[in-house]
Design a binder for this molecule. Structure first.
Ligand code: SF4
Length: 277
């Protein structure tokens, strides 16, 4: 039996274990999704309130989330759905391949973590790049983007892939690019070409643009991923309370602010609507 099949069986066993695990996390969750860890980094209190409100009518996706969802659907509409077994076979048998929304998993300190990065590029079965598409009015990557990508890298590592030379990149496009998605789809390949041509693999961080779409490239560093996981799981394992952000700009656009006692308290301290100034 080929080595990759052994790794695949191990991965399927991990998924089975996650499926059977009992909820030992907050909100009786039995596993965590990577996007939940990323949301938590934006503001832990907002992530907690979102979980608590998830079934109420107060909880509606923001316009940016809707644009992101629609654009991601368009990005993958030409993709060919293939089975688990075939994905792994393709990765190990082809010289290079791009995999959309590949299921990744890891067990960290007894907690199952599942994720689906937008795109992973493999060269000879070695993951070289994780690409995440962000349709946002903001040009720069936020800290929560990094947490998301670092945990994906950690998962790939735990699934038996060599992540020594793994990079991750955020492709950040203004929401209007959802109307020209064919151009956006070409960016990962063009990024790879320029990455090799300009020897950007010698740098831990680099950046390039394609028609005002920014591509922010970072080396995957396992120690950073572990540090983030330790911090995030402290909350989910109920070792500490949710920490509210101190960044008032985040509160301004927070969709659960009317339920947040920290937001309301800060308004009271000022005796007026501090965040609406
Ligand atoms: S209002 Fe601010 S502190 Fe409160 S949940 Fe929202 S982002 Fe977090």
């Amino acid at each position: 039996m080929g080595d990759w099949k052994t790794k695949l069986i191990k991965f399927q066993t991990l998924l089975d274990d996650i499926g059977k695990s009992r909820g030992n996390l907050k909100f009786d969750k039995s596993f965590l999704a990577v996007h939940e860890l990323a949301d938590q980094t934006f503001c832990e209190k907002a992530a907690e309130l979102t979980q608590a409100l998830a079934t109420t009518e107060d909880f509606q996706p923001t316009e940016q989330q809707l644009v992101g969802k629609m654009s991601h659907e368009k990005l993958t509409e030409d993709g060919v759905p293939i089975s688990f077994l075939n994905i792994w076979k393709e990765i190990y048998e082809r010289k290079n391949c791009y995999v959309h929304e590949m299921l990744l998993a890891a067990n960290y300190q007894g907690v199952g973590i599942l994720g689906k990065p937008d795109l992973v590029y493999f060269e000879s079965a070695v993951p070289r790049f994780i690409f995440e598409f962000k349709f946002s009015k903001h040009y720069k990557p936020f800290a929560n983007y990094h947490v998301q990508a670092q945990v994906y890298g950690y998962q790939l590592n735990q699934m038996g892939f060599d992540t020594t030379d793994l990079f991750y990149a955020f492709i950040i496009a203004k929401p209007r690019w959802k109307n020209n998605i064919e151009f956006v789809k070409l960016i990962p390949k063009r990024t790879m070409e320029r990455f090799h041509k300009d020897k950007l693999y010698e740098l831990d961080q680099s950046m390039m643009t394609f028609n005002n779409i920014g591509v922010y490239i970072n080396k995957f560093i396992p120690e950073k991923a572990i540090k983030e996981l330790d911090f995030c799981l402290g909350y989910w394992l109920d070792k500490r309370k949710a920490i509210p952000t101190q960044n008032k700009n985040k509160c301004r656009s927070c969709k659960v602010k009317k339920h947040c006692k920290f937001y309301l308290m800060r308004q009271d301290w000022k005796g007026r609507k501090f965040y609406d100034r």
